[in-house]
Design a protein. Structure first.
Length: 450
């Protein structure tokens, strides 16, 4: 085991040491090399060393270099070195994080990390919270808590009786609602298409004057950080209107919620602490490894009621049993990585990471604008939308950039405009990365016919 783990560590170190000089997208030869994995299930065993070598030789070259500093697609953060190391150690611990009795260390670290998250985000300290797989899972769990609370107030036990014959709930969303919220609504039986969609402004933010009248059987979903523009819905005013009618307000804040941790950006999320539930991704701006979402709910008992179930063999010891706040029973100890990131960064480190990303995004927008290209959004956070003229030319520029490999940016369609989206989210991104990437983007634009 010792030699195998040392081999894995050396291979990982070599991969990360070389990532800054390789193409961000894998080469065609590397992709062709994946055919080596296409084989019949072996009849006989082989050594663990052989398996690891095969993964490295054929797998490593075919990865997307999202762990480096020049990947600007999909709001993907990198993984802080301390979180990679913590993940390795936690994997060696091999803890089942669902029960206190199975992992006292995870239970303790989750409690501390949850408290730190609430402090950094300025949310009520009595909130219930869980460490889930993603923002989709966090939205699911939070909206399940909302469904429980609103139906319980109407005298209906949704966990016991289901939705057959239940009082009807109304869900209000933005026209720009993220697909993960719609997916969560569909899984909850609330229907992704049975929503009231509120029109948005030019930045994709909900128009407050268009928010409908709501009541105590309404869930209002707002965004902290539009996935295209980085814009924020008017959360404070939505909360005032919604709570006056007895409605529940949920904040989808996968990456934008972390802006609260940066003093110069916190005003974007004014009023966010007045909401009833929140969803965030730790693998975005907190930069921990993937499979790390956070669900936070003001009414902790609602989250626990929606997520928990009892059985004779499930030991309910401790004042916070982790599985009672997430959809999973057995799961890995992902809270260890969140704790490690916050322990190392502290308030100032996290604020600097966020501010640095926003500064780099503004530099990208400035350089593109100066070169005569149209930036479609007001760059308030880490998102930049740029058009290179016609839809055909913009798509061609995106394709050339991805093929070139200096950096990676994705395409999107924003309010009828085909655009390229740049998201600066990684701790690993440096000024040199930004300037090198900007040069590559402008070079691709110049080489593409108008």
């Amino acid at each position: 085991m010792s030699e195998l783990l040392n081999d894995a560590a050396l291979r990982a170190q070599r991969y990360l040491a070389e990532i800054g000089e390789r193409s961000v997208a894998p080469s065609s030869a590397a992709l062709a090399g994946l055919a080596a994995f296409e084989r019949e299930l072996p009849a006989d065993s082989c050594s663990a060393e052989e398996v690891l070598a095969e993964l490295d030789v054929f797998g490593s070259p075919a990865t997307v270099a999202s762990a480096g500093g020049r990947f600007f697609g999909f709001v993907v953060g990198g993984s802080l070195p301390v979180t990679v190391a913590a993940a390795w150690l936690a994997t060696a611990w091999d803890q089942n994080a669902g029960l206190v009795v199975l992992s006292p260390v995870n239970a303790a670290l989750e409690k501390v990390a949850l408290r730190w998250v609430l402090e950094i985000l300025g949310l009520p300290m009595g909130c219930g919270g869980g460490f889930v797989t993603s923002a989709t899972a966090a939205n699911f769990a939070a909206l399940a808590a909302a469904r429980h609370a609103l139906l319980a107030r109407a005298g209906w036990d949704v966990e016991g009786q289901g939705l057959f014959g239940a009082p009807t709930l109304t869900v209000v969303v933005s026209e720009e609602v993220h697909a993960s919220v719609r997916k969560a609504l569909s899984m909850l039986g609330l229907g992704r298409d049975r929503v009231v969609a509120v029109p948005c402004d030019a930045q994709g933010c909900m128009r407050i004057e268009e928010v409908p009248q709501v009541d105590a059987r309404t869930i209002v979903c707002v965004q902290a950080g539009n996935v295209n523009t980085g814009g924020f819905d008017p959360i404070e005013r939505v909360c005032e209107l919604a709570h006056a009618g007895g409605a529940w307000v949920h904040v989808d804040g996968a990456f934008g919620l972390w802006a609260v941790a940066a003093p110069r950006r916190a005003a974007l999320a004014r009023g966010v602490a007045e909401a009833d539930s929140w969803a965030a991704d730790a693998h975005k701006w907190l930069n921990v490894p993937y499979d790390s979402g956070l669900v936070l709910v003001r009414e902790a008992t609602a989250l626990r009621a929606a997520m928990s179930v009892e059985a004779a063999y499930l030991v309910q010891s401790g004042d916070r049993v982790p599985y009672q706040y997430t959809p999973d029973f057995s799961r890995r100890a992902r809270g260890v990585e969140v704790w490690a990131a916050l322990r190392q960064l502290g308030r100032s480190g996290l604020a600097d990471l966020i501010e640095r990303s926003c500064r780099f995004a503004n530099r990208m927008a400035e350089g593109l604008t100066r070169a005569g290209h149209r930036v479609l959004n007001e760059v308030v956070l880490n998102q930049v939308l740029v058009s290179f003229g016609s839809a055909e030319r913009t798509r061609a520029v995106v394709e050339r950039i991805q093929r070139d490999g200096v950096c990676w940016c994705g395409g999107t369609v924003w309010q009828g405009h085909t655009a390229m989206r740049i998201s600066v989210s990684s701790w690993a991104t440096t000024e040199t990365d930004v300037e090198r990437s900007l040069e590559a983007i402008l070079r691709a634009a110049d080489a593409t016919s108008r």
